[in-house]
Design a protein around this ligand. Structure first.
Ligand SMILES: Nc1ncnc2c1ncn2[C@@H]1O[C@H](COP(=O)(O)OS(=O)(=O)O)[C@@H](OP(=O)(O)O)[C@H]1O
Length: 303
């Protein structure tokens, strides 16, 4: 992502579309889930059905704002260290975003291809599951995720803003935000955490020990790296290091996307009632599930 790339071109185009889009016209519903008209279209969803995944595709799944740009950077560095070939995104990496012709173009790209997605598990193209591409799924606690999502909308000048945090919170809890409900996304993924081709990783664990997380990611995808290479990638992947380069890597949106990168920022924004409402929702949807345990909700979401 170092030079002005397809990646930045795509983000700039989406921002350009956002300028003319009001909040009330931002979302459309496809198969029961909300998506932003500035990034997704029904035509691309239709074309996606015929997407041909490969068994050596490197797939990164996440709900928005859980750290996908962080992991995409790490994956690029891992591929570079393993193969000595620089990985430039030949397309915007989020699979469901872009024009319908992208899947045809992607057939020409050499392996391994990095594919990011915010799709719920049951909306993934069938070929990813059939060909058993390895999927890394990153989660972040729902309170910080919501706050990051809100700031992205309200800080980036060209993206439609919410009237207030309270308004955003209501929409987030109802799943009426881009890529739908965090909780539906999580419930869906909960069934597949132990599939052979799936690896779970937690944003907060990465914050705690980045090098250990990078090592696990490398092992999962079968990249062989020395300890020294892991340490080098770790130093290049801290929030501070990535924020400093964000304009170069992500264009105008970079400094807004790499906003704070902290655990617990929700405490500055949530009211007590909102916090309780999310605790109740977590209890109802996830508390007694394997994913619920992995999210370490009590450590990160209880004041
Ligand atoms: N290196 C590193 N370390 C810690 N945190 C990081 C890092 N890189 C990105 N981030 C934080 O991830 C949040 C953005 O998530 P995504 O990249 O998934 O956003 S998006 O859905 O693709 O728009 C966003 O979180 P907030 O800062 O809380 O808004 C980013 O700052």
């Amino acid at each position: 992502m170092a030079e002005k790339s397809k990646f930045i071109d795509y983000i700039d185009e989406a921002l350009e579309k956002s300028k003319d889009t009001t909040l009330s016209h931002l979302l459309f519903i496809h198969q029961g889930v909300h998506y932003p008209v500035t990034m997704c279209t029904p035509e691309t969803f239709q074309a996606l059905d015929a997407f041909e995944a490969r068994s050596d595709d490197v797939v990164l799944a996440s709900y928005p704002k859980c750290g996908s740009n962080w992991i995409l950077h790490i994956l690029r560095e891992l591929i570079f260290a393993d193969s000595k070939k620089k990985y430039d995104f030949p397309e915007f990496p989020v699979l469901e975003c872009g024009d319908p012709g992208k899947y045809q173009r992607m057939k020409q790209f050499p392996s391994p291809r990095i594919l990011a997605t915010h799709l719920h598990y049951d909306k993934l193209p069938e070929s990813i599951l059939k060909n058993k591409a390895k999927i890394l799924v990153i989660f972040r606690n729902p309170k910080d995720t919501a706050v990051s999502f809100f700031h992205f909308h309200n800080d980036v000048p060209d993206i439609p803003s919410y009237g207030s945090w309270d308004e955003f919170f209501r929409q987030f809890m109802g799943g009426q935000v881009s890529w739908g409900s965090y909780f539906d996304f999580a419930i869906n993924w909960n069934q597949h955490l132990h599939d052979d081709n799936v690896k779970f990783i937690l944003y907060e664990d990465l914050k705690e020990n980045l090098a250990a997380g990078i090592k696990q990611i490398a092992e999962f995808f079968g990249f062989s790296l020395t300890e020294e290479q892991i340490q080098t990638i770790s130093a290049q992947s801290t929030f501070q290091a990535m924020q400093a380069k964000s304009q170069e890597t992500h264009g105008a949106v970079g400094p807004f996307l790499f906003r704070k990168g902290e655990v617990g920022d929700w405490k500055n924004v949530f009211s007590e009632t909102q916090s309780q409402e999310m605790d109740d929702k977590f209890k109802e949807c996830l508390a007694d599930t394997p994913l619920g345990a992995k999210l370490k909700y009590n450590s990160y979401c209880l004041a």
